[in-house]
Design a protein around this ligand. Structure first.
Ligand SMILES: Cc1ncc(COP(=O)(O)OP(=O)(O)O)c(N)n1
Ligand SMILES: Cc1nc(C(=O)O)sc1CCOP(=O)(O)O
Ligand SMILES: [Mg+2]
Length: 232
């Protein structure tokens, strides 16, 4: 443990703990979620978003269309992600993630068992699990072999109807106790992201703030850069 002066600790008692935590964890990164519906030019929009700054992962989250249509839409997007070394994650379906040879799958609480996903997708697949605002669900997901746990929604969102509201304290609780990465999701924008980063989020999962940015998706990603720098 680094030594801090009494003055430093009196000014901010949490500083030493955050300093040690942040030394252990890589900087917070963006995890981009697709809009629920896309059209053909979306590949160009994704390319523009990836030009805007570092994106660790892209999740294909299409709603209301069947797996064949998702598979067709996925092809150019998956190639683009591979070219840019961005992890390509499929939402909801273990079977579709397997069929596409995706880098991973994101599972909601009723989308399937992380153990089953591990068996089918193998040891290198990234398996994420929605845990809402529940410490219990997050510990269960960790025990089931998830590669990350996702908490949310932190803010109001128009991308999805949400029934759970999470507070930044669940992130700081998680990162104090566990090494497994945590994702924050729900209504996150460049303007409201700072408390989530300060609380220890390893990834910010973002959709609307990028795709609906007034100056386009490239600017949408670029806008997050200042917020992603963790300030102790
Ligand atoms: C990173 C991330 N976190 C949470 C979710 C939400 O998953 P789920 O609860 O299954 O809801 P849908 O996205 O399927 O509507 C997510 N997709 N990604
Ligand atoms: C897909 C999703 N899951 C959530 C959860 O709380 O589990 S919130 C959400 C929507 C994320 O999109 P945006 O960044 O536009 O709010
Ligand atoms: Mg789901």
């Amino acid at each position: 443990m680094t030594d801090f002066t009494e003055e430093e600790l009196a000014l901010d008692p949490g500083f030493a703990a955050r300093f040690e935590r942040d030394k252990r964890r890589p900087p917070c990164q963006l995890y981009l979620i697709s809009p629920p519906l896309i059209d053909a030019p979306f590949t160009d929009r994704l390319a523009a978003a990836l030009d805007g700054g570092d994106v660790a992962a892209f999740q294909l989250r299409l709603k209301g269309i069947d797996d064949h249509a998702i598979a067709r839409a996925a092809e150019p997007l998956q190639k683009l992600c591979a070219d840019r070394e961005v992890a390509f994650i499929v939402n909801d379906s273990i079977a579709l993630a397997k069929r596409l040879g995706a880098d991973g799958v994101h599972l909601g609480q009723s989308d399937g068992d992380p153990r089953e996903a591990r068996q089918l997708l193998g040891p290198s697949a990234q398996i994420g699990v929605t845990c809402h605002d529940s410490r219990h669900l997050a510990m269960e997901a960790g025990e089931a072999g998830a590669d990350y746990v996702a908490f949310g929604a932190f803010y109001p969102t128009t991308t999805k109807e949400t029934r759970h509201r999470a507070e930044p304290s669940i992130l700081s609780w998680w990162v104090t106790l566990f090494e497994l990465p945590c994702v924050a999701i729900g209504g996150i924008t460049a303007a409201n992201a700072a408390p989530l980063v300060a609380a220890g989020a390893d990834f910010l999962a973002v959709s609307g703030a990028v795709w609906n940015h007034a100056e386009g998706p490239r600017a949408g990603v670029a806008a997050f850069a200042p917020a992603l720098a963790r300030v102790a």
